[in-house]
Design a protein around this ligand. Sequence first.
Ligand code: NDP
Length: 313
Amino acid sequence: MNEKVRCLIIGSGPAGYTAAIYASRANLEPVLYEGMEPGGQLTTTTEVENFPGYPEGITGPEMMEDLKKQATRFGADVRSGRATAVDFSVRPLQVTIDNEKVIEADTVIISTGATAKYLGLDDEKKYAGQGVSACATCDGFFYRKKKVAVVGGGDTACEEATYLAGLAEKVYMIVRKPYLRASQIMQDRVLNNPKIEVLFEHNAVGLFGEKGVEGVHLVKRMGEADEERYDIAVDGFFLAIGHKPNTDIFKEYVKLDEVGYINTEAPTTKTNVEGVFACGDVADPIYRQAVTAAGTGCRAAMDAERYLTEKGA
Ligand code: NDP
């Protein structure tokens, strides 16, 4: 027989753990599956200095460990395992874990997050945590008065470059096309900022440095007759080429936007499927911060609790 739970939480970033804290304190006896990357994206960050309540900062992995402890303290059942399929057309809702075990749930909270896209260079892995980052708000502070590069030409890249220009001495934007894809206002901000130099028609093909990133190998007009290769010196290399929300297994049932983020009925965390709620980066193309994810995790647990109360379940 399948295991039956009142509240199943899928994903273990700040949103999932916060949902687990609230759901366990509301006696929903939540079961949380940690997923592929226990702790989520923050476990790939070094220092978190912008989460309220940690005046000295804390490392991403430590913060996730603390959130997990806080959730288990109130009885949340945190398990390793990955949701590999769902059936939201039935009641109770069904979620398959690791392609074998099926859990039946009265409510499901989706907090599977989003994954930053990388260029796929070996050097991105080599220098992970040593100058390569996909979050300027998280890591920009470490580059005060230094030189950095931002890859991408969309709104995120412009926003990150503008943010970094407030801290760093110089910001290069590496844009593969001869134009920016970002909205006009974001483009204007970038193009009018004397600290930002936009390198149009450039591709980053590698990084170099002894103890962390010291520069980028660039190719201008790659593949053209007048192709040029040269290096720039930078201390930080920021990717801003988009995120991929982790929604593949839900897309048959849950309404997504054109990029794949889950649509919720703002200001709630309700999805179009009754009893299914979404929180954190999986439903947030804009803010993507640990603190905003935690906030929506709280809301999802409260929404689930109210739903169960209304149903008398
Ligand atoms: P986008 O998909 O809009 O832009 C991605 C950028 O990265 C493009 O310039 C793209 O280049 C470039 N890129 C993608 N892959 C590569 C690659 N392999 N090599 C080099 N460059 C690459 O993503 P964003 O994250 O910027 O934005 C996502 C959505 O969120 C958008 O709808 C955006 O408007 C929205 N957003 C809104 C904000 C706001 O309103 N404040 C802030 C941030 C995001 P190319 O153009 O050549 O494809």
